[in-house]
Design a protein around this ligand. Structure first.
Ligand code: 1GP
Length: 231
């Protein structure tokens, strides 16, 4: 398993190019609409992420395979749990939910995923995943039974992200939760960016071009947008 797509992202960052991942939740995705869906996503899309909080077994793989028929975008799994892992994707964000204190999502799911990962060629990208308060009760908080970090606790957020980097994470993902009322604030993005030196992903509640540009200007290297394309 190489790190081809990760290095491509580093190269984009070195060239000062921003990236956009469209997140597809297999639970809300009509497989027969895959081709039509891909025609509607923004031209500046660089990645597809596939995953969700609650996905029936097999749906994730079927979704990835349907998308792969119509596109060459790298498809990365963004799994809510280890049953969503499929070798049909290109890679996986190997998440550890560092904002929470539930051992199941810090290391339990990761161990459960190993037998499957050993039988695939997925590019595995260790990711420090931080859930921040987006102003509503997010699916991530519900499913993982963890509390998001308040967006007022900037120092705690920076320190949590950096602990992830020091533990070897190759990405930091600041998540306000799917359908968040308030996306991650620009001052949080810039504080994390200033203090870390791995690519920074930001998602949750970003619906408009203005919000997306605000995240980029604050230091996000890659913005994740999902809900806005479900409508
Ligand atoms: C959720 O960060 C992603 O995990 C994207 O959020 O669905 O609100 O765009 P939205």
């Amino acid at each position: 398993m190489g790190q081809h797509h990760y290095h491509a992202l580093l190269k984009r960052i070195a060239e000062e190019k921003k990236s956009l991942a469209v997140l597809i939740d297999p639970d809300k995705f009509e497989i027969s609409e895959a081709a039509a869906f891909l025609k509607k996503i923004p031209f500046e899309t660089t990645h597809l992420f596939v995953g969700g909080s609650t996905v029936p077994y097999g749906h994730c793989e079927a979704t990835v395979e349907a998308l792969k028929q119509y596109t060459n975008f790298p498809v990365f799994l963004f799994p809510g749990d280890y049953t969503q892992i499929t070798g049909s994707a290109d890679g996986i964000l190997f998440l550890s939910l560092l904002s929470g204190r539930n051992p199941e999502y810090l290391i339990g799911q990761q161990i459960k995923s190993v037998p499957k990962l050993q039988s695939t060629n997925l590019e595995i990208v260790p990711t420090a995943y931080l859930l921040l308060d987006g102003g509503n009760n997010s699916a991530v908080a519900k499913v993982t039974e963890t509390e998001p970090i308040s967006q007022d606790a900037i120092e705690k957020i920076v320190q949590t992200a950096l602990a992830g980097q020091y533990m070897g994470a190759k990405l930091i993902y600041l998540e306000a939760g799917s359908g968040a009322k308030f996306p991650v604030r620009p001052e949080i993005i810039s504080a994390v960016k200033k203090n870390s030196n791995i690519p920074l992903l930001v998602g949750g509640g970003i619906r408009t071009e203005v919000q997306k540009q605000a995240a980029y200007n604050a230091g996000a290297d890659l913005v994740v947008m999902g809900t806005v394309f479900e409508e």
